[in-house]
Design a protein around this ligand. Structure first.
Ligand code: ADP
Length: 257
């Protein structure tokens, strides 16, 4: 708490009063700290692939380019790191656009089943690569919801992509959508590695990862769930996570109708 005492003494010999201004700056400080932490995190996240790219280019220029095998391996790494950089920038732009527009945007009609089926075409290839069984159980008669259809699809892709990423070869991922009371529920459930209980409260923070190495190896940016959280908020909804280590996780979204 800041306390400012201001002497109201136009005539230095005659004090006519004292005004105390008490202002709670806890929230302001917290926001400032979050902002500066975020800038530091972004810089670090951008710097890591860049350092790697610069290093490998330098090594190539210093002679490694002569050896075909080494050259190809280094070029592959440069390609992977460039793609990571590009994904990171895309996710940062998405997050900032959603955060910016979340409270003022034109809502459009979304047919939940149709939208989920469309993302199915995108994620089926990813599941097939790991021989993961991908199942959709969508209630036939779901009412329409209103919001941004692109965000809705992005939310679903991020959740299903994670479910596939953090599930071992041969596992299964289920996507359910149903209506209960005046809500639409969407559940993404996997038989994956699970999430430790103590990590669950921080999961939706930007750049928070349970296992940094695993996330990076799987091509993660650490922003997927932060984006999901903001999209869920744009639907006035909420998201919950249940998980058991080694058994699997489920992400449950509730969107009020
Ligand atoms: P990332 O790009 O690292 O996947 P996310 O924001 O999408 O970032 O997720 C944050 C972290 O939450 C991940 O790094 C991972 O540790 C954990 N996580 C997310 N989804 C799952 C899941 N379905 N199963 C296990 N862990 C998960």
């Amino acid at each position: 708490i800041y306390t400012n005492f201001i002497r109201l003494d136009m005539d230095p010999n005659r004090i006519i009063g004292v005004m105390a201004l008490i202002q709670d700056v806890t929230e302001m400080r917290k926001l400032e700290k979050m902002r500066s932490d975020f800038v530091a995190n972004v810089s670090h996240e951008l710097k890591t692939p860049l350092t790697s790219i610069t290093g490998f280019i330098e090594t190539l220029k210093n002679g490694a380019i002569e050896n075909e095998k080494v050259r190809n391996r280094f070029l592959d790494i440069i390609e992977i790191e460039t793609e990571r950089l590009s994904r990171l920038i895309d996710d940062l732009l998405s997050l900032s656009a959603i955060e910016h527009d979340r409270l003022h945007f034109t809502k459009k009609k979304i047919k939940v089943n149709e939208a989920i089926r469309e993302i199915g075409d995108i994620v089926e290839g990813l599941a097939a690569q790991k021989e993961i069984k991908l199942v959709f159980e969508l209630d036939g008669s779901l009412p329409e919801i209103y919001g941004n259809p692109d965000w809705f699809k992005q939310m679903m892709i991020n959740l299903v992509d994670n479910a596939i990423k953090y599930t071992l070869h041969g596992g299964s991922v289920k996507v359910l959508a149903y209506k209960r009371y005046e809500n639409i529920f969407i559940v993404v459930k996997d038989t994956g590695i699970g999430i430790p209980k103590e990590d669950i409260p921080r999961l939706f923070e930007r750049f928070y990862r349970v296992d940094k190495a695993r996330s990076k190896k799987a091509g993660g940016t650490g922003l997927g769930l932060a984006i999901v959280k903001h999209i869920v908020l744009s639907f006035d909804g909420e998201i919950k996570v249940n998980s058991e280590l080694g058994k699997g996780s489920e992400f449950i979204i509730r969107i009020p109708l």
